[in-house]
Write a protein that binds this ligand. Structure first.
Ligand code: ADP
Length: 456
């Protein structure tokens, strides 16, 4: 229903399903009920992992022990999107009827209004029937794929473009839209067309509704992202090349500078020692920057080998906290909770993730003196929460910060960084079937949480 896997939701507050849509009465009702330990039933707007809205009826029931003390809540969630959409469409249709009764040619106007929108959109649009036969397309679709409407309409999609559309994954997904009410969003695919060559396309598809009725029609929207992907690839290639090319000369410079320093010390050339130290420090900084870039590049290309050994998770937390504590004079890292679990994984990679999160918590909370690291166990998962009371992150950028090189817009000028730490932490955690997420409020601080499954 939500598109999330079990790993991705364990340990999270259900609030995350509402995303940015926070201003809902149902949220207040649920908060009040849970604070009092009471039952409640609400209808709420939730969002799937890919961002699609779905209406949920949520029933929350308190579970109490024999002394009447609240121990848990059981929540049952039912997808009521179809009913809600029908209700909304009905009320719109009623409003329209009302308009028409007042001498307005509502429906006709609406249709030509819709048609003009469809033709103006700079995305290819196709309407398909239940056998994925093309019923209509917009002008942009024909322009982009160099086709004319007459030869397209009525054709089964898989037969188009000499079979270029006949991609098994795409066809299966399209065939599932109607019978399973299974829309999809942001599906990326590379197809090779005889007339226009290889294109990277991003697609959304959903069932068409009209006046609250579900029609046996699928609307497929197609966005061409070939150029965007090419630019990204060129940027990746450049960073990869530059960091590889810098590595050898840097090692060379460093070696010679160390030699010069030893010679200066031996000959008693004191005035040279200080500048050489300063220069060596800069070379070291550059070297670690190049190492970080190379590491991210190798993670992206899947070239990093993860080794899996058994180790005590609390040991990892202790070492990571000590390392991060060693790097700050301004903050105290307060560790609480224990996992008491031995897990199988890559100690170094997971430790690196924890250190990156701790260092960020320190860096982005310049006004405070403490950062928290809390460990607990939820069923078969270890959960780690790293808390700071720093600058926080606004809602709309919270998802983007895990992308490579992404840095929050208004933070860039005030804090040094290259936007790779979270990407690396996230990749390392994902390699352990774990999930990393953030809960944050601008100006109030952030909590970076991650879970790691423990073998049963
Ligand atoms: P860097 O810190 O080098 O910029 P990261 O990938 O570690 O790169 O973080 C990406 C961005 O996420 C940061 O630039 C910052 O804007 C934001 N960020 C990360 N951690 C925090 C935090 N604890 N508090 C506020 N913002 C954060």
């Amino acid at each position: 229903m939500t598109g999330y896997s079990v790993q991705e939701v364990i340990g999270r507050n259900c609030r995350f399903l509402q995303g940015d849509d926070r201003d809902q009465k149902a949220r207040v009702a649920m908060k009040e009920a849970t604070e009092k330990g009471e039952y409640c039933k609400v209808e709420i707007r939730n969002y799937t992992k890919s961002g699609t809205l779905f209406w949920s009826e949520v029933i929350l029931s308190p579970v109490k022990d024999e002394k009447g003390l609240l121990t848990n809540y059981i929540g049952v969630q039912t997808n009521i999107t179809r009913r809600k959409e029908a209700e909304i469409a009905l009320s719109m249709a009623e409003q329209e009827k009302h308009g028409a009764n007042q001498g307005n040619t509502g429906l006709v106007e609406n249709e030509s209004f819709l048609a003009s929108i469809i033709e103006t959109i700079r995305e290819g649009l196709i309407v398909l029937d239940e056998n994925i036969r093309i019923l209509s397309v917009n002008d942009h679709f024909c322009e982009f794929f160099k086709l004319n409407k007459q030869e397209v309409v009525g054709k089964p999609l898989p037969e188009m473009g000499n079979g270029a559309w006949n991609n098994p994954a795409l066809i299966t997904m399209l065939k599932d839209v109607l019978p399973l009410n299974n829309p999809f969003e942001g599906f990326e695919i590379t197809l090779n067309f005889p007339a226009i060559g290889k294109k990277v396309l991003k697609m959304n598809a959903r069932q068409v509704t009209l006046n609250g009725q579900y029609l046996k029609r699928t609307l497929l929207a197609i966005e061409d992202i070939t150029q965007r992907r090419e630019v990204e690839q060129r940027k990746d290639d450049f960073i990869s090349l530059a960091s590889h090319e810098m590595k050898t000369p840097l090692t060379n410079i460093k070696g010679h500078m160390q030699l010069l320093k030893r010679m200066a010390a031996k000959n008693g050339d004191k005035p040279y020692l200080k500048p050489l130290d300063v220069a060596l420090n800069s070379v070291n900084r550059l070297e670690s920057l190049v190492a970080v870039l190379l590491d991210a590049d190798q993670l992206k290309s899947g070239a990093v080998q993860f080794t899996h050994h058994s180790f005590d998770f609390d040991e990892l937390v202790k070492e990571a906290a000590e390392a991060a504590q060693g790097a700050t004079k301004t903050h105290h890292i307060h560790v609480s909770g224990l996992a008491n679990k031995v897990i199988k994984g890559d100690f170094f990679r997971l430790e690196q993730a924890v250190i990156n999160l701790l260092e960020n918590a320190v860096r982005y909370s310049p006004q405070s003196q403490e950062v928290g690291l809390h460990v607990n166990v939820l069923e078969d998962y270890i959960k780690v929460a790293i808390t700071d009371t720093g600058i926080g992150i606004n809602q709309w950028e919270q998802k983007k910060i895990f992308e490579r090189f992404y840095r929050v817009e208004n933070v860039k000028q005030h804090f040094q960084g290259i936007g790779i730490g979270l990407y690396v932490a996230n990749e390392n955690i994902k390699q352990h079937q774990g999930t990393l997420w953030v809960e944050s409020e601008e100006g109030r601080g952030s909590v970076f949480n991650f879970t790691i499954p423990v073998e049963k």
